[in-house]
Design a protein around this ligand. Structure first.
Ligand SMILES: [Zn+2]
Length: 145
């Protein structure tokens, strides 16, 4: 189901998302709806808070055949630097250049309730960091000086 996207300046986006206990039926349904909503809006990433759900769930798909769905994602190691002008489905008509790590090692819960550790590079790493920011109530506007 395609859901409405919470948009800036809605203060809901500044809320912190809650750690999930496991990937239950509800979480899998949330991920399905998040994916439908992300695809419908041609995004490369989405966090649950962007569709009004305060759970630590993110999806990233930069269009290279690797669909990432993670619960409770956590960055373990950061390496290197990269920056691009980032866009956000919650902040239409705005882009902000943000310095990120070029490589991140991330742990999280996959859809099969298994803890995984994955390494991401480049655009995928940027998108993962962008979505984890959302879980901490941070959006691209917050990087503007
Ligand atoms: Zn965003």
């Amino acid at each position: 189901m395609i859901l409405d996207i919470v948009k800036y300046p809605n203060k809901f986006l500044a809320k912190e998302s809650k750690v999930i206990d496991n990937m239950g039926y509800g979480e899998k349904k949330d991920l399905k709806n998040m994916l439908d909503t992300m695809r419908a809006n041609k995004g490369i990433g989405i966090a649950a808070v962007q569709v009004g759900i305060l759970k630590q769930l993110i999806i990233v798909d930069i269009g290279k055949g690797n669909l990432i769905k993670l619960g409770n994602p956590k960055i373990l190691i950061k390496k290197g630097e990269i920056s691009i002008a980032e866009c956000c489905l919650s902040v239409p008509n705005e882009s902000v250049k943000i310095q990120r790590a070029n490589e991140v090692l991330v742990s999280g819960l996959n859809e099969n309730n298994q803890e995984e550790i994955k390494l991401f590079h480049g655009l995928e790493a940027i998108a993962v960091q962008h979505e984890i920011d959302h879980l901490n109530g941070k959006i691209i506007i917050d990087y503007k000086v």
